[in-house]
Design a protein around this ligand. Structure first.
Ligand SMILES: [Ca+2]
Ligand SMILES: [Ca+2]
Length: 221
């Protein structure tokens, strides 16, 4: 395998670590783009080490994912439709129930917000959402709700995602407690400082201790 370290950071896994985990101290990793035209990517030893430490996956599993990912997606990234297909395979729920939540999960995975989920973003998101600790999973859940990615959740952002969660969980909307009221109630619970917007800290703090709400709010249970 060629070793072309110090390539430009185009793919954005470094930002995953920076934005999504606040532990700090993570080196940047990106599968290294060897040739623009061939769009061929290699994982350096450093990439592998970083992904192992971030995802908790063994090296051979990372190599397997990498091979499969680039086999299915030679351009090294997933657009929304491609992401939807993979998401359907990875989740246990019926495909129809996933549709409304899928775009929100896509936004959480697309850490650098470039409209694509690159390999590193995919692997890290997948590992964290399926086997990460609760705080990390809530960190990703926050991004699902922050529709405009401005770092705050507002009441109008809660409702569409909550609707997606209801569909995902097979919860029927009851006429006397429609999603817009549920969103209002949830907003009141989350917005501790009553300034009309919810920070990530408020979101995580509340849902860490409120299991009942967490079950209907967090797509990554
Ligand atoms: Ca991206
Ligand atoms: Ca927002």
């Amino acid at each position: 395998m060629g070793n072309t370290n110090h390539a430009s950071n185009k793919v954005g896994v470094s930002t995953v670590a920076k934005k999504r985990t606040e532990q700090g101290g993570n080196p940047s990793i990106n599968p290294t783009k060897v040739d623009d035209k061939a769009a061929k990517w290699v994982l350096s030893e450093r990439d592998i080490k970083f992904l192992c430490s971030q995802t908790g996956l063994p090296e051979n599993e990372i190599r397997t994912w990498h091979e499969k990912f680039f086999h299915d997606n030679p351009d090294g990234r997933l657009d929304r439709d491609e992401f939807r297909k993979i998401f359907r395979i990875l989740r246990q729920e019926s495909p129809d129930s996933l549709d409304n939540i899928c775009d929100h999960v896509f936004r959480a995975f697309d850490v650098d917000g470039n409209g694509f989920v690159e390999f590193g973003e995919f692997l890290l998101g997948f590992a964290i959402c399926s086997r990460g600790d609760l705080r990390s999973r809530l960190d990703y859940a926050f991004e699902c709700y922050d529709l405009d990615s401005n770092g705050f959740i507002t009441e109008d952002e809660i409702e569409p995602v909550l609707r997606g969660m209801y569909t995902l969980l097979g919860i029927k909307h009851s006429a006397d407690y429609p999603p817009e009221i549920a969103a209002k109630d949830l907003m009141n619970k989350l917005d501790l400082t009553k300034d009309g917007r919810v920070t990530k800290d408020e979101f995580i703090h509340f849902l860490m201790k409120e299991g009942m709400y967490r079950n209907t709010v967090n797509p990554f249970h």
